[in-house]
Design a protein around this ligand. Sequence first.
Ligand SMILES: Cc1cc2nc3c(=O)[nH]c(=O)nc-3n(C[C@H](O)[C@H](O)[C@H](O)COP(=O)(O)O)c2cc1C
Length: 233
Amino acid sequence: MEFDDVIRKRRSIRKFLSVPVDREKLAIICAAGNEAPCAGNIANWRFILVDDDEIKHKLANAALEQVWIASAPAIIVVCSEPEKVKQFYGLRGDRLYAIQSVSACIENMLLAAVNLGLASCWVAAFDENAVSRVLKIPDTARPQAILPIGYPDEEVPRPMRFKLEDITFIGTYGWKMEFLDAFLRNYYLGDKVVNASKKLLDKVEKKMGISKKNNDEERPTSFIGKVRRKFKQ
Ligand SMILES: Cc1cc2nc3c(=O)[nH]c(=O)nc-3n(C[C@H](O)[C@H](O)[C@H](O)COP(=O)(O)O)c2cc1C
């Protein structure tokens, strides 16, 4: 699958076909997680593969009774072992890096599942102690996410997201760009906007001390428009 399609197709799926998932595919998903960036290359993630029905039900109960979780043919519970990250980086390592690294791993896993025609959902609303008890997770590790995995049996619409222009700042936080296209420079929206954009562009370039490129003929379409169409925004 094309990279952009994988990104676009990934949605939280909570209904699965009762078709088993090959263990090989679960291994590919874990391997994708294991390629994620991680603080100090400590790779503090650990995976628990669950296919036992009784355990699945116990996990669903521990996850504040999200019963749908038990209907997934497979579950991967992603844990974090924060100790070494804490040793290396102190409190920031414990509270931020350990969690960020495992989160990057989880996202890789979700995307790998989509690439294999599977689906999942990042589940983190659970009683940590209860999950640890069910899976015999020692005190040195924390369950960070439950990933129910299976072939999707529902299509969910893309949820609302903010417009890129509203959440992308130029140079400093809060410095919003009305015409983000102008800043991106390679594409312009049309004559009227070109003029407005150029003014803004001058301002931005002056503020940021960057030089101007001048190949207006090669700027036929809106870059943001293209991005939006690609990701169906
Ligand atoms: C940290 C985190 C925790 C989440 N926990 C749950 C959860 O416990 N149960 C659930 O059904 N979805 C959970 N989700 C999924 C979100 O509800 C979902 O990602 C969001 O609504 C956006 O939808 P999308 O994933 O289809 O883009 C969680 C997502 C994240 C990132």
